[in-house]
Design a protein around this ligand. Structure first.
Ligand code: ADP
Ligand code: MG
Length: 463
């Protein structure tokens, strides 16, 4: 243990100088049709050092792909700089490959020609091209398929071609953006372990691997180091080394502990990286002190929240979050918004990777529908700023109606246009369910339920 501790410290110290890729205070903004620009990544430092598989984990929309694009030189940061062996990446001769979720093969080329394509682009002579590509196809288990076209292959085989094409150029860093997400569970599992085998046996010429994923278990299975991104704007929540020996056992205590910890980080914005389980060493302390006025409303339906709480109550009011996702065959991306919503409303707490129902949650889950609406209404007004504001504004205004745009303008300060719209949709769904207000979709106006009779006398049926 001591030896690894020392080497870890050495890696941390050396990371800025020995890094293959080093990002310094990189940020990304996107222009908006309105005068605001939206920040997708806030100032972030990140190094990729030799000898490690680094996983970048985060919910969708947190900026993982954006980060990958900046680190590979595909996209320029709006501020800050990315260095390749100490040289600004735009001036450096970089050697990286990217494997995409969507395979991105040329459909008009054979398997062999697809793998040869990047070598051809680099001006490698035909004989050598062929020889290296055939060898790589052999390595990834595709010998015999060189003459096939992508459409004749299964998803797993296509992704093998993706790997062969990425590795054939002998990249110093192999980047992957959710490479297993489009595959069925078994195929993904196979490919993951084969990749690990290639890496462990040094059968791939690559010095570092950077994998983007939203799958916690995938990160814990593969990575030597895990960085968790938070969103809005994207920023590093925690960055630590995984000390579990390879091959890793999903059922081992260390494994499930780490998965639980990461669930906790993802579901609770206030968890500090110091709380990582034993032996998982924080690489850097993440600064997470941005103050956001509006909470991000999770895109979950009130019915989903009710369903989750009822399930939880069935299990005695408390269940391991990770097992629950597994039992329900839910992906983290599906379950997280519902858990987030239940937490935001005060119906649920996440502790040590367990979802624990609160007294308010228990009452909600046990109540009849009308009482549920009442409880939801109180919880929403008390806990959700946007809903409180809409309700107050409607109460104050003499005609008890107000245009959606008024609130969109407020949200626009903080969210992208697209996200503001989605925030509004969720607020409308929650507000209607709770009978806090109604929304006239044709006129894009909120109104108090009382005013509804007069207001939509000429309009269609709401709901
Ligand atoms: P992830 O890969 O984690 O799902 P992305 O990096 O794709 O996240 O996107 C992060 C955020 O940036 C999202 O909110 C997305 O809508 C926004 N975004 C990505 N690309 C653009 C773009 N070209 N213009 C505007 N916004 C963008
Ligand atoms: Mg992405």
């Amino acid at each position: 243990m001591q030896e690894t501790d020392l080497s870890n410290q050495a890696t941390v110290l050396a990371s800025a100088t020995d890094a293959i890729i080093h990002a310094e205070k990189i940020e990304k903004y996107y222009a908006q049709p309105s005068e605001n620009r939206i920040q997708v990544i806030s100032a972030t430092d990140l190094s990729i050092v030799p000898g490690e598989i680094l996983a970048l984990l985060g919910p969708s929309g947190s900026g993982k792909s954006t980060m990958l694009r900046m680190l590979t030189g595909l996209s320029r940061p709006s501020a800050g700089e990315v260095y390749w062996h100490g040289k600004p990446i735009s001036q450096a001769e970089i050697n990286v490959s990217i494997v995409f979720q969507s395979f991105a093969l040329f459909p008009w080329l054979t398997v062999l020609e697809n793998v040869e394509a990047p070598l051809q682009a680099r001006g490698v002579a035909p004989d050598e091209r062929r020889e290296r590509s055939m060898r790589m196809l052999d390595t990834v288990g595709l010998d015999g398929f060189e003459g096939a076209y992508p459409k004749e292959l299964s998803g797993g085989m296509k992704q093998r071609v993706g790997f062969a094409r990425a590795l054939v150029v002998e990249p110093e860093v192999l980047f992957m953006d959710e490479p297993f997400s489009a595959l069925d569970v078994l195929t993904a599992e196979n490919l993951r372990s084969e990749l690990l085998e290639l890496w462990a046996n040094k059968n791939m010429p690559t010095r570092a691997v950077f994998i983007v994923t939203h799958n916690i278990e995938e990160a814990v299975l593969l990575a030597d180091r895990i960085i968790v991104l938070g969103r809005n704007p994207g920023h590093i929540r925690t960055d630590f080394k995984v000390q579990l020996p390879q091959p890793r056992d999903r059922k081992s205590e260390g494994f499930t502990q780490l998965v639980d910890y990461i669930y906790k980080v993802l579901t609770r914005p206030d968890v500090s990286p110091d709380e990582a389980p034993d032996h998982q060493h924080p690489v850097s302390k993440a600064r997470d002190q941005r103050q956001m006025k509006y909470q991000m409303l999770p895109h979950a339906r009130p019915g989903g929240v009710a369903g989750l709480l009822e399930l939880l109550l069935d299990k005695g009011g408390c269940d391991d979050f990770y097992r629950m996702a597994d039992d329900l065959a839910f992906e983290i991306d599906d379950l997280l918004p519902i858990v987030d919503a239940a937490q935001l409303l005060g119906f649920l707490k996440v502790e040590e990777g367990d979802a624990v129902i609160t007294p308010a949650g228990t009452e909600f889950a046990n109540s009849e529908i009308l009482r549920q609406k009442e409880l939801f209404r109180d919880a929403a007004v008390n806990n959700v700023l946007l809903l409180r504001q809409i309700t107050r504004a409607l109460e104050m205004k003499s005609d008890h109606t107000i245009p959606e745009e008024f609130f969109l303008d407020l949200l626009d300060e903080q969210f992208s246009e697209e996200e503001s719209q989605r925030q509004m949709e969720t607020a409308v769904a929650w507000g209607r369910y709770a009978e806090l207000f109604d929304f006239d979709a044709a006129r894009r106006r909120f109104m108090l339920p009382d005013a509804q009779g007069e207001e939509i006398a000429s309009g269609g049926d709401e709901e």
